[in-house]
Structures are given as C-alpha cells and as structure tokens.
Write a protein that binds this ligand. Structure first.
Ligand code: HAM
Length: 421
C-alpha cells in the first residue's frame, strides 16, 4: 500500500465538527465589518519579500525568522527568492492603497478582509504556520477617535462571538519626534544590565531596543524599572494617547495601560494594543492586536498618510471559545429525504422544492429499506425526514420528527413552515 501523506507541520485541517464555530466567528466579523461601514478588500496571498522587509522591518521576527518564501517552478534563483507568503495583511493593503491611488478616494478609507496568513514559526499551542485573521484598516484618519472606535469594535467582536474576560492592553510608542528619545533612554538603561539580558535581547538592544521589553524572559524587576514610553512622549503624542484613554473610558471599554507592550512589527507609531483573556497574558495567547502606523504609507513610497488597524487571530478565538465552553447552535435544521423504491427523481425534486424554501436538504441516494434510510438520517444529524411515496401525486409527503418519532402527512409547500415551528 502506498504511504499516507499528512498535513504539513503547523497546519491543520478544519473538520466539519469545528467549522460551525468558524462559521459563527466569520459571520460575526463580516456583519460587524458591515455595521462599522468597512468595505472589503482582497490582496494576493504572496507579495514581494521587499514589501514585508520594508513594511514590517528587517529585524521583525516575521521577516527575520518567519518569512515563508515561495519558490516558483521556473525562473532564475533571484526571481524565485523574490516572493513570500504574506505573514500579515497590512503591508499588502497599504501597497494596494498606493498602487491604486486610493489617496484621492473620498476618505478615510475603511477596509476589511478575512484570510490566511503564513509565518514559518516553531509550531506550538495556538501558534500555527498557517492561520486566519480578520483584519480591519482605517487609512487617512489621524484619530484619536478612530483609535477608540477600533478598540471598541474588537471588544464588541469578542463579546458577540461569546467570549468573556477579554481585555485590551494598550500603550503608546511615540512617533518619529519622541521615539528616538525613548529609544535612547532604553539603551542607557538596559546597557547597565546587559549581563542579565538574553542573547536575543542583547541583539535587539542594538537594532530595536523597544523589543527588549517584549522578551518573555526579561527579569520582572528589570522590566518594572525600565523607562516608560509615557514618560518620554512629545506633546502631540501625549495628547493623542490621553484622548484615546478618555474615549475608552467614556465608552466603557475594558482596558489596561501596559508599558511593556511594544508590538513586534516596526511600522507602529503611537497607539499599540493587544487583546488577551484576563489572567492569560503572554503573547502567544494574544487574541488580536493592532495599532497606528502613521509612517507606513510613506515608507512604502506613498504620500504621508496616517493609518490604524488590527488583526484578530481567528484560530485563537475559536480555541478560546472552545475553552470557555461557548456553544454554537447549528445554523440550520437538517432535513433528510427518504423514499420507498427507486424514486430518486421524486426525492431530488422534493429536495429541490424545499431548498427553494430555504431548508437544508439531504436526500438519501440509496434504495435501502426505509428503516435503514431513516436510521442513517438520524445518525447524520437530521432532525426531520421527508418521506416520499405514493401520496406525492396529491402533493403530500410524510414528515417524520426523528426525535419524537411522530409522523404526519403534510403538503410539500407546508413542510418548511412545519419544520421551522
Ligand atoms: P499580529 O499581532 O502580528 O499583528 O497578529 C495579529 C493576531 O494574529 C495575533 O494577535 C494573533 O491572534 C494572530 N496570530 C499571529 N501569529 C499567529 C500564529 N502563528 N498562529 C496563530 N495566530 C497568530 C498583525 O498581523 C498586524 N497586521 C495587525 C494590524 C493591522 N496592525 C495594524 N493593522
């Protein structure tokens, strides 16, 4: 027998038992995108490596360690090395914004997408090499009202999918004016304690000292004593952050100012935020994250345009729903069509009529005994069975409740109403 083939490490098949929760999560995301007046955008699953290197930063983990390079079947080595599967959607959306001249469209632009992202990371609980995000972006609004609106939107999403205890952690990481001052304060501080830093943090201290705060192995006392961005803000960044916090208070959105939150992608400016379940802080558990990227459009060659957005990791949301015991009721009642003999044309016709009426129909394609067909219908999860027989010539079918076993004769056009009672 040929050897079987398994799914690649860090990827999963979503089997029907899990997809009910996924359907729910995606439909809440779509409906909220509509209610918050976002428009859908789709960008390619792969882009030029350079887009991510420039957008997310050469030293970000996503680019430095986790880039999923795509090698085409033909072409020069140079050409093959040029593309990568997208680790995140923001850079691609901003590329599209610039490429299609969207800066002249009536703004601010409000865009959303749901789709797979790829990071060649070491797989572990809640960390996959292919995962899905619901992403929203607002381009052309410098806030702070839009910052608060997005944090409130994410909060509402978690509530509507049924999760409890989700808290927004937020921070500000300043802008081109005040970040260099803060950066230097961190370099000065951590340089005094270099012997207590991990190798990774020592390296980060050279390239991107803010990310030292992100190191999970940073000693708590070192983290506690580290300079805080909020003590080094320029007046504009201070006023912006104050504005966001006041609005969140006014909206009653649960949030915590987290001085260690710096985010892993280089494009962020000012507001940065992440959503975690209270008591389960630690980045691989972030259910979503985002922030402002007021310099990104320019870095990618467009005119200076502010932007802000978030990405919610749908895999982690589904896992959290499972852990919190959120039940997802089936969206439609399944009805089977069974019959006595080789009357498949009748079964398919009746199924078609009832599908027109909106029901989810599962015709039995066999010529087994009726009892066997009914048994199989029950096992497949059907709540009702429509039994097609001689009465069909008078427009009637048998309608059997597979739970109670009760059966009655019903006109085909009345089945939908009866089933939905
Ligand atoms: P991010 O924090 O890198 O931000 O990812 C957003 C969310 O995607 C995370 O909070 C997490 O829920 C999920 N996620 C990330 N990596 C994995 C993984 N390996 N496995 C499972 N889930 C994962 C961004 O991607 C930014 N583009 C967000 C953004 C949009 N900022 C501004 N606009």
């Amino acid at each position: 027998m040929p050897k079987t083939i398994s799914a690649p490490r860090g990827t999963r098949d979503l089997l029907p038992a899990e997809t009910a929760a996924w359907n729910r999560v995606e439909s809440v995301a779509r409906d909220l995108s509509r209610r918050y007046a976002f428009e859908r955008i789709e960008t390619p699953l792969f882009e030029r490596v350079e887009l991510f290197a420039r957008g997310l930063g050469e030293s970000s983990d996503a680019v430095e360690k986790e880039m999923f390079r795509v090698s085409g079947a033909s072409g020069s080595d140079e050409e093959r090395a040029e593309w990568a599967l997208r680790p995140e959607p923001t850079a691609g959306i901003v590329r599209a914004f610039i490429e299609h001249g969207m800066h002249v469209w009536p703004g601010p632009l409000r865009l959303w997408m749901i789709g797979p992202m790829f990071r060649y990371d070491r797989p572990q609980a809640g960390r996959f090499r292919q995962f899905s995000q619901w992403d929203v972006e607002v381009i052309g609004d410098s806030g702070p009202a839009v910052d608060a609106e997005l944090i409130e939107l994410a909060h509402r999403f978690y509530a509507e999918v049924g999760l409890t205890d989700v808290v927004a952690h937020l921070n500000t990481i300043g802008d081109a004016v005040c970040r260099p001052v803060y950066r230097q304060a961190l370099v000065d501080y951590f340089s005094l304690h270099v012997d207590r830093l991990t190798d990774d943090s020592r390296r980060r201290l050279q390239i991107n000292p803010l990310r030292v705060l992100d190191d999970k192995q940073l000693a708590p006392d070192l983290a506690e004593g580290a300079p805080k961005s909020t003590d080094h803000l320029c007046d504009e960044c201070r006023a912006h952050f104050r504005g966001v916090l006041d609005l969140l208070d006014a909206l009653g959105v649960r949030h915590i100012v987290d001085h260690r939150l710096v985010r892993g992608l280089d494009y962020y400016t000012r507001t940065a935020f992440e959503f975690v379940i209270a008591g389960r802080e630690g980045q691989q558990h972030a259910l979503g994250g985002g922030g402002r990227y007021d310099g990104l459009v320019e870095v990618l060659g467009g005119r200076p345009t502010p932007g802000i957005g978030f990405g919610i990791g749908l895999d982690r949301v589904v896992i959290a729903m499972h852990e919190q015991g959120v039940s997802v009721p089936p969206t439609s009642t399944l009805v089977a069509v069974v019959g006595f003999a080789d009357d498949h044309a009748d079964r398919l016709r009746v199924a078609g009529q009832l599908r027109d009426a909106g029901l989810a129909m599962r015709p039995d394609g066999s010529s087994r005994k009726l009892g066997k067909q009914l048994e199989a219908a029950g096992k497949a999860g059907a709540a009702w069975a429509v039994i097609v027989g001689e009465e069909l010539s008078q427009g009637l079918v048998g309608l059997k409740n597979l739970d109670s076993g009760e059966q009655e004769s019903v006109a085909v056009e009345d089945v939908a109403a009866r089933v939905s009672e």
